[in-house]
Design a protein around this ligand. Structure first.
Ligand SMILES: Nc1nc(=O)c2c([nH]1)NC[C@@H]1CN(c3ccc(C(=O)N[C@@H](CCC(=O)O)C(=O)O)cc3)C=[N+]21
Length: 282
C-alpha cells in the first residue's frame, strides 16, 4: 500500500514563501496584482477562479477579474486584452482557456504580453519551456507537478518517466520540464498501442489524459510514483482524477489524490508566478 503525496502541504509551503515575497514588495510600495480575464461564465473557469482568488488573497496579492461577454468579437477582445497588457498596476494575466469559438487563440496568443503571461499562453513562453530557459513562465499545472515531486524529494535524474497525455496544457510541457531534470521521458496517449505495457514501465507516471479513472492497476508498475493531473466529475458528482486511486494506491509507492493533489498546488504556483512577474516589472 502506497503513501499519499499531499498537495495541500506542498501548496502551503509554496504559499508561505510567496506571501513573504509579496509582503516584501508591499514594504517597498509595490502591490503585486493578478488580473483574470474571463469570457462568459463557464463553470470550470468559475471553479478555478474561486480557488485562484482565494489563494491570491492568502498570499497578499491583489486581484481584478475582467469579465467579458460570452459573445464578444475578436476585435473587441483584443482591445480589452491590450488594455490589461498596458495596465501598469497588473503584473500577471490569467486568461481562461479554451476560449469561445468566435475567438481565435492562434491570434490571441501573440497578443498577451509575455512578461505578464503567468500561465504560458504566449509562444515566447512556450519556446522558453522547450529551451529549458527558466526566465519565462511554464504553465501552472505542469509546474505544480514538478513542485510536488521536488517537495517529496523524488529523484528524477535518469528516472524512467512516462507521461500519459500530449496536450499543450499538461502533457507536452510537463514532458519538457521532466526532461529538464534529466529524466528519461516517454510520451504516450490515446492512440498508443498497448498503452498499459508502456505506462507500466514507469518509475514515475504522470497522467493528464482527461478521462475519469482510466488508469487502473494494470497500468502501474509495483512501487511506481503516480501523479494524477486529471480533474473530472464522477457518476456521483464527486471530483475524481484520471487515475483509479483506490486500485492504484495498492501498487504505487507514492500517489497523488484528487482532490487534494496536484490541483491544490496549481494556484500556489500561479501566485508564485505573479510575484516573479512583479519582480521582473518593478
Ligand atoms: N489558462 C487556464 N489555466 C487553467 O489552469 C485553467 C483554465 N485556463 N481554464 C479552466 C480550467 C479549469 N481549471 C480547474 C482547476 C481546478 C479545479 C478544481 O476543482 N480545483 C479544486 C481542487 C482540486 C484538487 O485539490 O485536486 C478546488 O479548487 O477545490 C477546477 C478547474 C483550470 N483551468
Amino acid at each position: 500500500m502506497g503513501q499519499i503525496l499531499d498537495g495541500k502541504i506542498v501548496a502551503a509551503s509554496l504559499k508561505e514563501e510567496t506571501a513573504a515575497e509579496a509582503n516584501k514588495l508591499r514594504d517597498n510600495g509595490v502591490i503585486p496584482k493578478l488580473t483574470i480575464v474571463r469570457v462568459g461564465a463557464n463553470p470550470s473557469d468559475l471553479s478555478y477562479e474561486r480557488g485562484a482568488l482565494k489563494r491570491m488573497e492568502g498570499c497578499n496579492i491583489a486581484t481584478e477579474v475582467k469579465e467579458l461577454p460570452e459573445d464578444i468579437n475578436q476585435e473587441d477582445f483584443i482591445k480589452a486584452l491590450k488594455e490589461v497588457n498596458d495596465d501598469k498596476t497588473t503584473h500577471g494575466i490569467l486568461l481562461f482557456r479554451p476560449l469561445p469559438k468566435q475567438l481565435d487563440e492562434e491570434v490571441i496568443k501573440y497578443v498577451i504580453a509575455p512578461e505578464k503571461d503567468v500561465d504560458c499562453l504566449s509562444p515566447t513562453n512556450v519556446a522558453k519551456v522547450m529551451e529549458g530557459d527558466k526566465s519565462g513562465f511554464a504553465p501552472c499545472t505542469p509546474t505544480a507537478v514538478m513542485e510536488t515531486l521536488k517537495y517529496y524529494n523524488v529523484d528524477l535524474k535518469g528516472a524512467e518517466t512516462v507521461v500519459l497525455g500530449r496536450s499543450m496544457v499538461v502533457g507536452k510541457p510537463v514532458s519538457m520540464l521532466l526532461l529538464g531534470e534529466n529524466a528519461t521521458v516517454t510520451i504516450c496517449h490515446s492512440r498508443t498501442k498497448d498503452l498499459s505495457s508502456v505506462t507500466s514501465k514507469a518509475d514515475v507516471l504522470v497522467v493528464g489524459i482527461g478521462r475519469a479513472k482510466m488508469v487502473t492497476s494494470e497500468y502501474v508498475k509495483e512501487g511506481a510514483i503516480v501523479v494524477d493531473v486529471g480533474i473530472n466529475v464522477d457518476e456521483n458528482g464527486k471530483l475524481c482524477g484520471d487515475v483509479d486511486f483506490d486500485q492504484c494506491i495498492e501498487k504505487a509507492s507514492l500517489i497523488t489524490p484528487v482532490p487534494g493533489g496536484v490541483g491544490s498546488v496549481t494556484t500556489s504556483v500561479l501566485a508564485k508566478h505573479v510575484i516573479k512577474a512583479c519582480k521582473l516589472q518593478s
